[in-house]
Design a protein around this ligand. Structure first.
Ligand code: HEM
Length: 436
């Protein structure tokens, strides 16, 4: 069996305990079958402390990706296809979706594929403009350095599940495939239709991986502050944080991966659930509905998981507003979830073509910029003041005041100014009349 060496950074976040436990170990398998951590050479360790070597004995694409640094698989596939300039091919995306549906039906792997899409996108930092340094949905999670982040423990299995689909459709990028699989999984579990856009460009090499530490931690000292810090950095708001957390209505947590949850519960054993074990957030964890919100409010079943970051959604006043609403109204949850998920799936992505590729619906019409009528008074005060320089604002206010008008009211309701204008016009007309 071919074996290649991959470099994996050990670090913190969701699976920190697992990664930390693995860090100093020279060889034994940790967590995943087929993976072996080994210490770097002395020279490498000095150059990059906290870096481990990871030996893979499976995932063929990994080995190719690692051997051909700087030449991602998908790029190679696209070049060989040689017919398009777009990142992904719409026909292949549709065909791949059918294959993903079959995979889901066979393996019941919906939750881990949803998590894969989320963790590829969730590294995004809105404060960095440059692609792919800004992170986000760019397929970088297929590379070993990012898969080795503590938060991504276990996701190598998701990449591995998708490899046959990727190999069959060379005209699709990894970034698109990860998001396609995630959205399809939600829909197949009875969730809302996600208004997806495709055409994401892939990162090309492991050097372009996201930095570690951008994904949320499940047990931070102040969960509300932590969630806001992490999700606001992605450009998401409170409503979106709560809606997206609702994805925990499906899936399980496994202590051997993230360090959270029970080894198994009455809900995670039995037939037709994929690999058994772990602790789910809901009883029917292969069904996408709003039960997560009812369960985190009730917290009445020891077999159901409530992470500190789930609990706070039912406690923090701003988060609670949405949690209460979604617990009562599944349609409201689905509507918000679909939009938030589509937004999440595009974080940090670069699209080719720029407007994206739509495989279910026509591309939305391009919005013509609305040219707003200039109302001086709107700029003299209020929110829009920031659009003008201080000297310009002062000048405009002075001009209003000089003619007796109010700079704080738009012209239509600036009655005093209107009267002055009418009098001035009448005076001009009268002077014309006397001259003739
Ligand atoms: C709000 C912050 C979040 C935290 C702290 C968090 C944390 C976690 C943890 C600890 C696990 C268990 C992983 C394991 O042991 O295998 C997990 C699983 C999962 N997460 Fe999250 N998560 C968050 C947000 C999200 C979001 C936004 C989504 C999707 C939109 C999501 C989707 C999932 C899914 C589907 C699973 C189940 C995976 C499986 O069954 O293999 N999570 N999450």
């Amino acid at each position: 069996m071919a074996t290649s060496t991959m470099v994996v950074a050990a670090g913190s976040c969701l699976g920190a305990r697992v990664a930390a436990a693995a860090a100093p170990a020279p060889a034994p398998a940790v967590g995943l079958p087929g993976l072996r951590f080994a210490a770097n050479s002395e020279r490498e360790r000095k150059r990059k402390p906290n870096i481990l070597k990871l030996e893979s004995q499976f995932v063929p694409a990994f080995n190719v990706s690692i051997r051909r640094r700087g030449q991602g698989l998908s790029t190679r596939g696209l070049r060989s296809a040689g017919v398009r300039s777009a990142a992904s091919d719409p026909e292949q995306l549709r065909a791949a979706r059918e294959d993903v549906k079959k995979l889901l039906a066979e393996k019941k792997c919906h939750p881990i594929l949803i998590r894969l899409g989320w963790h590829d996108a969730g590294s995004y930092d809105k404060n960095i403009a440059e692609f792919p340094r800004r992170g986000g949905a760019n397929g970088s999670l297929r590379f070993s350095p990012e898969l080795g982040h503590g938060a991504n423990a276990g996701l190598i299995n998701a990449v591995k599940l998708l490899e046959p689909v990727k190999a069959k459709y060379a005209g699709i990028t990894y970034a698109d495939l990860f998001q396609l699989a995630s959205a399809t999984a939600i829909e197949e579990l009875g969730g809302p239709k996600i208004p997806m856009r495709y055409g994401r460009v892939d990162t090309k090499s492991p050097e372009e991986c996201a930095i570690e530490g951008n994904l949320p931690d499940a047990g931070p000292p102040n969960p509300a502050d932590h969630l806001r810090k992490v999700f606001y950095r992605m450009g998401l708001n409170d409503r979106e944080i709560v809606a997206l957390s609702g994805a925990h209505t499906v899936g399980r947590s496994r202590p051997e991966r993230s360090g959270w949850g029970k080894k198994e519960t009455k809900y995670t054993t039995g037939a037709n659930i994929g690999a058994p074990g772990g602790q789910s957030w809901t009883a029917e964890w292969l069904k996408f509905d709003n039960s997560y919100f009812r369960d985190i409010k009730a917290q009445s079943d020891e077999d159901l998981l409530v992470l500190p970051t789930d609990k706070v959604l039912a406690e923090d006043p701003e988060f609670k507003k949405f949690t209460d609403k979604y617990a009562e109204d599944q349609n409201a949850f689905f509507a918000d979830y679909a939009l938030a998920h589509a937004k999440l799936s595009e974080l940090g992505s670069k699209f080719d073509p720029e407007e994206g590729i739509f495989i279910d619906q026509e591309a939305p019409p391009k919005k013509e910029p609305v040219v707003e009528k200039f109302v001086a008074a709107k700029y003299s005060s209020g929110d829009r003041q920031s659009e003008l320089s201080d000297s310009m604002k002062a000048k405009m206010r002075a001009e209003y005041l000089a003619v007796g008008g109010s700079p704080d009211r738009p012209l239509g309701s600036n009655y005093f100014l209107n009267i002055i204008i009418v009098i001035a016009v009448l005076a001009v007309l009268a002077s014309f009349a006397t001259q003739s």
